[in-house]
Write a protein that binds this ligand. Structure first.
Ligand code: PEP
Ligand code: MG
Length: 819
């Protein structure tokens, strides 16, 4: 493949252009930047750098060199002279415009074109822009001749008429995807813009395609000739129908999915339990729109501006979080939302409505409805789908104007179906109405899944987009243990499922009846089964569920969705209320664990490429010591009256723990969470200094297996029962034992009944789980015989995978069956 070199006076510019070209062409195209001088930041060009870049870019097929101005050309020419004669033969210096030329060259190189063709496309790189600016409508004037290399039609063509629905039409990235797709087939493909009577243009040329001026809503005629004409047309149709977006990446086979049941979908089991009920798509509650007129338009306008700014902030937070967890493509939807929020088509009519005396909410709503009406009249589905987006965004602004109240509501009881749920949406579900959760995306240890367990709602995540197409009210049978969802099960299947549901409910009633008694193993060891909570209300649920205490109070819930942090008094009040509710039971308060997937609105954090490996947990607290010190003071005041201890999240080094202790008032009992593999391995170093260890298996698993806990595609790897994670648990208990320190587990693994015997066998003596799981976990402890459990743990750590541990584990008793 022909390589490309970008020569610029600025290394930043060269890198940026190279990045753009790679993005458009494909990562396989060698695009090498040669910008700036050796001295960082200095502007200039250096022939030696150009020479090195040419050598890197060449794979034997030659290199096209693009340059910015002046001495860049001289340096490139000098580099050419320094090359071996053989390589010099294969290098072309191109006068093409730097940015457009690089993009066109990369796309053409990706198709396997020779260097002359690549250089020629690069040279034509300005055509698209010229055409775009050539008339007010954006398309080139009808009379302008556009060089389009369409071969003479030697044979009859297959053809397909398609409507382009994506926002930007056939320009830039979508056009690059079109060219790449067409280029995969042995076929000559050409395109006409039927709506604007332009073309034909060869689908091998990004420039030619772009000059067709294909915009959203235009009809195109795609013609293909050659051995793979039919395949090419099918692939291009698929691409256009998908809105010229990248294909959704397939899920890897490593994901622990059950085979999809007949008439159903398979996902990832995220919260145990069974449920049968009608599908209920989660919708935003339609806010009230007041009708009254107002006398002070300026005041209305500023209120509206604030509301829009607040929604903008929410969208930006969501975009950052999704970008960090799922990547740029998934976050792109939020860009469209941000654009809508500043769209003149909305803001103009709204402003005029306010000027004419309407209140801000009404003026905004009228503008949204008018625009929605226009979209709704359009013919294609993609456009119509945008109406829903527009209304949802419009409603969020109305919600803000009304004081920022609940954004989602489940109108009727049933199974909640959603693309993905935010923690706030999950927390806002009414347990009296929601019987289970099924999401198209998401991972089992995402914070929404954790909340589902906390609410005792069965949940299956990552079942794929098919669930979103299920009609409202369709009967669903959700198996949160197996991770499957049956859609409209046959009568006999439904009856069998209902029988299992009844049996399970009976067992749960039995567990609950015993839940307030201690959990004692068969050989008489008492195990503390505590609860993970995130609010005062959860504390009451924990007590009611029979928890012996709280092993993890996630305090970040107190810091979310607000403009400034809670002060010492407010924190003291909340912690004290929780401690009072626990009525003498132990309480482990975890200090603020913000960052990564838990961004805080009032904390300005610089963007990080890898936020999960960045400034989160204790690292963030030590950067903002005043926040940590305030929290510790509030905790200390509660500890004076109640059995409260404190632990620090994400500790990776003893120095961090020591720094946190410097901010800790005397007399406060402190421990650490073990969430970083280094800390588990170095537990002997920590053991003399801590009062206890609490193992956060959610993070420990993601870091041990290098598998993002929120990414469904690697959920199969992120199994807390992986022997490597179990070994780390064993390393902590082994270090704690000689120092007589206790070790608990507060990650989701503690609530997995299959894991209970193994954790106890490894020496864990406290399990902290979602309140709803306390009864079942206590029962699981009661089935454990410690001597046997130790033996089982020894065997389990020698297995090869979490799957092997699970396969050999008896789902009823949790004991391993040795093959
Ligand atoms: C953990 O990582 O296991 C844990 C309990 O912390 P969180 O889930 O809040 O990150
Ligand atoms: Mg954690």
């Amino acid at each position: 493949m022909v390589g490309i070199v970008i020569v610029s006076h600025s290394s930043t510019l060269a890198e940026g252009v190279a990045e753009l070209a790679r993005e458009m062409g494909d990562s396989e195209v060698r695009v090498e930047p040669a910008g700036g001088l050796d001295e960082p930041g200095a502007l200039g060009t250096d022939a030696v750098r150009v020479l090195a870049a040419i050598e890197r870019a060449d794979s034997g097929d030659g290199v096209v060199v693009l340059m910015d101005l002046g001495s860049a050309v001289l340096s490139a020419e000098m580099a050419l002279e320094m090359l071996s004669p053989e390589l010099r033969e294969r290098v072309l210096l191109s006068e093409a415009p730097l940015v457009e030329g690089a993009v066109a060259a990369a796309v053409t190189a990706r198709l396997g074109a020779g260097r002359a063709a690549v250089a020629s496309e690069a040279r034509g790189g300005l055509q698209a822009k010229a055409a775009q600016l050539g008339s007010p409508g954006g398309a080139a004037p009808e009379t302008e001749s556009v060089p389009v290399a369409v071969p003479e039609p030697a044979e009859a063509a297959l053809e397909r008429r398609l409507t382009v629905t994506n926002e930007h039409g056939l320009h830039a990235r979508p056009a690059a995807r079109f060219v790449q797709t067409a280029g995969r087939f042995d076929a000559d493909v050409s395109v006409r813009n039927v709506s604007a009577t332009r073309g034909p243009a060869s689908a091998r040329s990004l420039n030619a395609l772009a000059t067709l001026g294909v915009r959203q809503g235009h009809e195109i005629l795609v013609e293909a000739r050659g051995p793979q004409a039919a395949e090419a047309l099918a692939a291009l149709e698929d691409l256009v129908v998908r809105g010229l977006r990248d294909e959704a990446a397939p899920l890897p086979t490593a994901t622990p999915r059950q085979p999809a049941p007949k008439g159903g979908l398979s996902g990832i089991a995220a919260s145990p339990g069974l449920a049968l009920g009608p599908a209920r798509h989660l919708r935003a509650k339609t806010p009230e729109v007041p009708a009254h007129d107002v006398a002070d338009p300026a005041h209305e306008q500023s209120g509206l501006d604030e509301a829009i700014a607040a929604v903008r902030g929410e969208v930006e937070t969501a975009r950052a979080s999704v970008h960090a967890r799922a990547g740029e493509a998934e976050a792109a939807i939020f860009e469209a939302h941000l654009l809508l929020l500043s769209d003149e088509a909305l803001l103009g009519p709204t402003g005029r409505g306010i000027e004419s005396g309407r209140n801000g909410a009404r003026a905004w709503n009228d503008a949204v409805e008018a625009l929605a009406g226009e979209y709704g009249r359009l013919e294609d589905d993609y456009q119509r789908a945008r109406v829903a987006d527009l209304r949802a965004l419009g409603d969020r602004v109305l919600v803000q104007l009304g004081g920022g109240h609940p954004e989602t509501a489940l109108e009727e009881p049933g199974v909640v179906v959603a693309a993905e749920l935010t923690p706030a949406q999950t927390a806002g579900l009414d347990p009296a109405k929601a019987s289970a959760i099924v999401t198209a995306y998401g991972g089992p240890t995402s914070h929404s899944a954790i909340l589902a367990r906390a609410l005792g709602l069965p949940a299956v995540v990552a079942v794929g987009e098919a669930i979103l197409a299920v009609a409202e009210g369709t009967e669903l049978a959700v198996d949160g243990d197996a991770g499957t969802v049956l859609i409209e099960p046959a009568t006999d299947v439904e009856a069998e499922f209902a029988g299992r549901l009844r049996a399970r409910r009976r067992a749960e009633v039995g567990s609950r009846a015993r839940a307030h008694e201690p959990a004692i193993t068969l050989d008489g060891t008492v195990v503390e089964v505590a609860a993970n909570i995130g609010s005062a209300a959860d504390a009451a649920a924990a007590v009611e569920a029979g928890a012996d205490g709280v092993g993890l109070l996630r305090t970040e819930f107190l810091f979310l969705d607000r403009d400034s942090p809670p002060d010492e008094e407010e924190q003291f009040d909340v912690y004290r209320r929780i401690a009072e509710t626990l009525a003498g039971r132990s309480l482990v308060l975890r200090t603020l664990d913000a960052g990564a997937d838990k961004p805080l609105a009032f904390l300005e954090q610089a963007a990080e490429d890898n936020p999960f490996l960045g400034v989160r947990g204790i690292r963030l607290s030590l950067e903002r010591p005043e926040l940590l010190a305030t929290q510790l003071r509030a905790a200390k005041r509660v500890a004076a009256e109640f059995p409260l201890k404190v632990m620090f999240p994400m500790v990776a080094a003893l120095s961090e723990y020591r720094a946190a202790l410097e901010l800790t008032p005397d007399g406060l009992e402190t421990g650490i969470m073990v969430e970083v593999p280094a800390t588990a391995l170095a537990a002997p170093v920590f053991a003399p200094h801590v009062a206890f260890f609490s193992i956060g298996t959610n993070d420990l698993t993601q870091y041990t297996l290098a598998a993002d806990r929120g990414n469904a595609r690697v959920a199969g790897l992120a199994d807390g029962l992986h022997p490597a994670v179990l070994r780390l648990v064993g390393a902590v208990t082994a270090a704690a034992e000689p120092e007589a320190k206790w070790v608990g587990v507060c990650g989701e693994l503690a609530g997995d009944v299959q894991a209970v015997p193994l954790l106890l066998g490894l020496g864990v003596t406290e399990l902290s789980v979602a309140p709803a799981l306390v009864p079942a976990v206590k029962d699981a402890v009661r089935r454990v015989e410690l001597v046997a459990a130790r033996q089982l743990a020894l065997e389990a750590v020698g297995l090869a995978s979490g799957r092997e541990v699970r396969e050999r584990s008896d789902p009823e008793t949790g004991s391993l069956t040795v093959p």
